[in-house]
Design a protein around this ligand. Structure first.
Ligand code: BGC
Ligand code: ZN
Length: 367
């Protein structure tokens, strides 16, 4: 079968490979499912893979099949698969268990291992191929009503985990009813985070880079969120007018912003960091002031990576609700489709230009 692969750590090595068609019975216990790939989204991590900054191939392979944001359709299911049937739409999770205690109880997103196994990123092949095989344990069923936006379920799961973790951690307050939220970053994660927070009834201010009219600003306005450009207003000033913020989610991919966000957080509030910053940037921060305010205000900083299957399931519910409350909103994020695996060069070229105006989600229409 055709697949799009790279040689990890070698810049711009993307190519089409003829990979073996995976066998459904290669998964033990009759739990294998063969999935025909319909769509695959790409993001900042794929950018880093393209640049040779990140990732590793599976043991014994000299290439890595890319793609970790998938939507597919079940083709074949093993005898012990009761929850899926051919024709069902499914999304696959990304991380697979390693060895730590967390991995052993199905919480590999919380692994304490040094290495982690992630399909399409690290040590496991991804989904940018005609088909893949996976255990039913790692698949999530998608209702036909959200077929179109479901290719964004994986990034949505990142948001779901961040928010769920924030609420879980805030049980320390005994009573915590967040009212004002802020999201830094108006890319896919930032927009999806704003949506999820609006669905939970919070006032949301979202910060992006663009000034003037943009698709991002229109989408946020349609959710009833406030959009501000971080080029025009500092987070600290915005917090004076709209905050301070009880719940903040950082998703700019720019580490100085992660520290800036610390200065806009309310007393007893929680700031969730989700950006994976692969570089080596350093910055100067108001360390005394931030430290003092965090201590005197009982503030919490929380890092969050990847997502559990439950986070995907919550994402499905939220997408269904979003379709009812904001019909068509999610699909407007799907700005840059590229048809066919054969056009992988266009796919990555478009991805690399991700600061282009009105570009949000780049994805491959595989079938
Ligand atoms: C993926 C996550 C993954 C993280 C770190 C992100 O792009 O969406 O699933 O855990 O990269 O590799
Ligand atoms: Zn990702």
């Amino acid at each position: 079968m055709q697949a799009v692969a790279i040689t990890p750590r070698q810049p711009h090595s993307a190519r089409l490979v003829d990979a073996p068609l995976p066998e459904q019975d290669s998964v033990p216990g009759g739990r294998g499912v063969r999935v025909k790939v319909l769509r695959v989204g790409v993001d900042g991590t794929d950018k880093e893979l393209q640049l040779g900054l990140y990732g590793a191939p599976p043991a014994g392979s000299d290439y890595l099949i890319e793609g970790h944001e998938s939507l597919g359709q079940v083709e074949q299911a093993g005898p012990e698969v009761k929850e899926f049937a051919p024709g069902d739409l499914v999304v696959a999770t990304v991380r697979r268990p390693g060895h730590s205690l967390y991995d052993q109880i199905g919480s590999q997103d919380m692994t304490t291992d040094g290495i982690y196994y992630e399909r399409g990123i690290n040590l496991l092949h991804g989904y940018l191929a005609e088909a893949y095989v996976e255990s039913a344990d790692y698949l999530v069923k998608i209702p036909p009503a959200i077929r179109n936006p479901a290719v964004m379920m994986e990034p949505f799961s990142i948001v779901q985990k961040g928010i769920a973790q924030a609420f879980e951690a805030q049980r320390r307050m005994r009573i915590w009813r967040p009212r004002r939220a802020a999201v830094t970053g108006a890319g896919s994660i930032g927009l999806l985070a704003t949506l999820a927070l609006r669905l939970r009834g919070l006032e949301v201010v979202t910060f992006g880079l663009t000034t003037g009219p943009s698709l991002q600003a229109r989408l946020l306005a349609d959710l009833g969120a406030v959009y501000l450009s971080s080029r025009e207003v500092t987070l600290a000033d915005a917090a004076k007018k709209y905050g301070p913020f009880d719940l903040m989610l950082e998703a700019t991919g720019y580490s100085p912003m992660a520290f800036d966000a610390m200065q806009a957080l309310a007393k007893n509030g929680v700031l969730v960091w989700t950006s994976v910053t692969g570089g080596a940037r350093t910055t100067t921060v108001n360390s005394d002031q931030i430290n003092l305010e965090f201590v005197l205000g009982n503030k919490l900083l929380l890092g969050s990576v990847n997502a559990s299957r439950d986070d995907f399931v919550r994402g499905v519910s939220d997408m269904v609700l979003a379709e009812a409350l904001y019909p068509g909103w999610l699909e407007r994020m799907l700005t840059h489709p590229v048809a066919g695996l054969g056009r992988f060069q266009d796919l990555f070229k478009t991805l690399m230009e991700s600061n282009a105006p009105d570009q949000i989600k780049v994805f491959c229409e595989v079938a």
